[in-house]
Design a binder for this molecule. Sequence first.
Ligand code: NAD
Length: 311
Amino acid sequence: MATVIDGKAFALRLRDYIRLQVASLKSQRGIAPGLATVLVGTDPASEVYVRNKARQTTEAGMESFQHKLNADTSEAALLELIAKLNADSKVHGILVQLPLPRHIGTERVINAIDPTKDVDGFHVSNVGLLGSGQKAMLPCTPLGCIMMLREQLGSLRGKHAVVVGRSNIVGKPMAQLLLADDCTVTIAHRYTENLPDLCRQADLLVVAVGKAEMIQGDWIKRGATVIDVGINRIERAGEIRLVGDVDFQSTAAVADAITPVPGGVGPMTIACLLFNTLTAFCRIHGLPEPQDAGFALAEGIGVLREFRHAS
Ligand code: NAD
């Protein structure tokens, strides 16, 4: 049976580390990192996500500023709020919960956020910085995945990584991070032919598709490491359950290590949001960033090196 990569425990360690850093910054400087969340409308899933993010922000000792706007809020009013948050010295991270209502231009809103405060890493400047191997704000879900991979495997150099899914928030940045770690990267998507054969070539398989249990155990190379990003709600035996994009049982029988759903990638995503908020605070105040300030040395926490690839 594969090792089950415990994202929940890793996230707890990371959040503990962040809490200690925040406490020390507060005692030295008298200010704490602040994260502003912006939710437009009443989508129940988004409300739960924003509530969890805000709770974990305060648990880490950071300031949480929650902005809840009506579904009919105009794009101009939202952009005005973003401008205020950009200018607010108590706010170091800004998170606009997606999806936004259809009448609002998502790209215009995301690109209006000060890139230094763009803790989701979706601003076009951060996308470009990551793509060109420069210091960027990294998207939370791929960042959490790469931390788990590094902790599990140490060096990723030379491994064949297959990323299934090419979204801007998971698949594409994930591929960039794997490339920066010297993997040979293949990106698959809905038009990829012979996907099972391609997956069978993967030393590392990262799946972000949104299709319940699509990847089967006989698509997996023996000894592979599998990161399942998918979150799908299904009904089984009269109960609603959360499952990933990977069939856990059959895959765990072949793989060397696998993330479970729930308890794998999900908890790491929120922990990385806090990590990014701390990073933004340090950049804004000209302080050493978490990864330069001994993060890699913190006991039991995965290695976070710089993401800068050689040619
Ligand atoms: P998306 O819908 O934006 O992208 C899905 C991708 O899958 C597309 O690139 C598409 O080409 C590809 N795809 C669809 N069908 C396919 C098929 N049959 N074969 C191969 N590729 C196929 O989704 P997303 O935002 O990247 O999210 C993917 C999944 O990850 C969802 O289940 C989402 O809920 C989950 N997710 C989890 C977290 C987390 O924190 N754990 C964060 C973000 C997304």
